[in-house]
Design a binder for this molecule. Structure first.
Ligand code: ZN
Length: 408
C-alpha cells in the first residue's frame, strides 16, 4: 500500500558513523549494519485506533537510525507492515458497527498524517496484511509441507520446538513466555496443542469473520507469520535490524524469528533486535486496553507543533521506559523556541563541532538526549553571544533537521 510523503533530508558535509545498537538477542552493543546498505524491518500498527505517542516514539527511534545510516552514506531499505486484519481490529469494528475495512483505512490514513507531520522518513515498502494474504498463505503452506506445523480442530499451529534457537531473542523462562503469551494474543491453554507456546499460523474460517481462499482452505493468517513472510519477501533473511516496541520481544519477534529460521534453514533471521521502551501515562504503560492514551493527532489538533512532540520523544533514550507529562511537552516547546531563536541569530558558533558531536551521540546506541544536550549547549553559547552575526547558522539548522528530524 501507499506509504506517506517523504520529508526532505539535507546532506551534511562529511559522513557520520554507522551506529552501534543494543541487541536484545546477544545483550551486547553491536554494529547496526555492515556493507554499504542497511536493511530494517519495523513492525507496524494494527489500525483500529489512533496512533498514540507510544507508537510515535517507536517510529521516531527507528527514524533516527535510518537518518544516521543515510548520513553514513548507506543505502537504506526499510520495510514496515500494517496489520489491517487481526482480532483486535475485528472486535473494535464489531463494537462500533463500522465495517472493519473502513476502520482500518481511516486509521491507516491518520497514521500516515501523524508520521508525515512528525517528519518520519517513510519505508520503501509499506505492506498491508490483507494485500499480503497470498504471500503469507504460501509461507504457511511451506511450513506445513516441511513438517513443522500441525492441525488443531482445523487451525494450523507452528511447533516452536523445531527451531533450536527458539528463545534466543527474548531469553525468557518458559513460565515467563507462557504468561506473556496469554497476555499478548496467544492461547497457551488451548487443548490439543503439543506445546502451550506453539503459535497460530492459519485460522480456519469462522462464521461472521472475513476469510480468504488458499491452499490451506478458507481462513486467515496468524499475526507472527505475517511479519515473517513480509520481511523475508522484501528484505531476505539475515537482515540488519528488526525493530519495534519492547512489548513485541515476546511472543511476536521470537515467533517471527523461529518461523523464518525453520523455513529458510538459515540463522539468524535478523542481526540485531532493537526495542523502544514503553511510554506511560499516569503511572501505567500507555495501552489501548487500559485507555490511558495520548494521541499525536489530538495534540496536533490542539495546535501543538509536531516538532515539539518529536522533541518530547527525543528527550528520552529510546530504550528507556518513560512517562508522558504536560511538563515534558512544555519543556520541549520551550527548547524548540530557544533553538529557533538561536538559529535565527545566525552566529554560527562552532557549527562544525555541533555536527560532529551530534553524529557521535547517535552512533552510541542512538543517544538522543546527548544529542539534544549538544544543541542546547550550542544554543546557550549562541544566545549569550551579543556580538554581530557571523553567518553559517544553516549548518546547525541542517544538522538538526537531517539527523534529528526536527525542522527549526
Ligand atoms: Zn511484526
Amino acid at each position: 500500500m501507499k506509504a506517506w510523503a517523504a520529508p526532505e533530508v539535507r546532506r551534511l558535509p562529511g559522513a557520520g558513523q554507522i551506529p552501534l545498537l543494543h541487541d536484545q538477542g546477544s545483550g551486547e552493543r553491536r554494529i547496526s549494519a555492515s556493507g554499504d546498505r542497511a536493511r530494517m524491518y519495523v513492525c507496524g500498527i494494527t489500525p483500529y485506533d489512533s496512533t498514540h505517542v507510544g507508537h510515535t516514539a517507536t517510529y521516531i527511534a527507528f527514524d533516527l537510525l535510518g537518518r544516521a545510516w543515510r548520513d553514513a552514506g548507506l543505502t537504506v531499505r526499510y520495510v514496515q507492515n500494517v496489520t489491517d486484519i487481526d482480532d483486535p481490529l475485528l472486535e473494535r469494528a464489531e463494537q462500533t458497527g463500522e465495517d472493519w475495512r473502513d476502520l482500518a483505512g481511516r486509521q491507516t490514513d491518520l497514521f500516515r498524517e501523524d508520521l508525515t507531520a512528525l517528519r518520519v522518513i517513510p519505508p520503501a515498502e509499506f505492506v498491508g496484511a490483507v494485500e499480503s494474504i497470498p504471500l503469507v498463505a504460501a509461507t504457511v503452506e511451506r511450513l506445513r509441507d516441511s513438517g513443522v506445523a500441525y492441525d488443531v480442530d482445523g487451525d494450523l499451529y507452528f511447533e516452536v520446538g523445531t527451531d533450536p534457537r527458539f528463545g534466543q531473542v527474548s531469553h525468557l523462562s518458559r513460565e515467563e513466555m507462557r504468561t506473556l503469551s496469554a497476555e499478548r494474543g496467544g492461547d497457551p491453554d488451548r487443548p490439543g496443542k503439543r506445546d502451550p507456546l506453539d503459535c497460530l499460523l492459519w485460522r480456519h474460517e469462522r462464521p461472521g469473520e472475513p476469510a480468504w481462499d488458499s491452499g490451506l482452505g478458507r481462513g486467515r493468517p496468524g499475526w507472527h507469520v505475517e511479519c515473517a513472510a513480509i520481511a523475508l519477501e522484501h528484505l531476505g533473511t539475515g537482515f540488519d535490524v528488526q525493530g519495534g516496541g519492547s512489548d513485541l520481544i515476546f511472543p511476536h519477534h521470537e515467533m517471527c524469528a523461529s518461523e523464518a529460521q525453520v523455513l529458510t534453514g538459515r540463522v539468524p533471521f535478523a542481526q540485531v533486535y532493537a526495542y523502544q521502551g514503553m511510554v506511560g501515562l499516569g503511572g501505567e504503560k500507555m495501552s489501548k486496553s487500559k485507555g490511558n492514551l495520548v494521541f499525536s493527532s489530538r495534540l496536533r489538533a490542539e495546535g501543538v507543533d509536531p516538532m515539539a512532540i518529536r522533541l518530547t520523544v527525543l528527550s528520552h533514550h529510546y530504550r528507556d521506559d518513560w512517562e508522558w507529562t504536560p511538563e515534558g511537552l512544555s519543556a520541549a516547546e520551550q527548547r524548540l523556541d530557544r533553538w529557533r531563536t538561536a538559529v535565527d541569530r545566525a552566529s554560527g558558533a562552532d557549527a562544525g563541532k555541533v555536527v560532529d558531536a551530534l553524529r557521535e551521540a547517535l552512533a552510541a546506541d542512538l543517544d538522543a538526549p546527548a544529542a539534544l544536550a549538544v544543541v542546547d549547549a550550542w544554543a546557550d553559547a549562541t544566545l549569550a553571544d551579543a556580538g554581530p552575526d557571523t553567518g553559517a547558522p544553516d549548518l546547525v539548522r541542517d544538522a538538526v533537521d537531517a539527523l534529528l528530524g526536527v525542522r527549526l
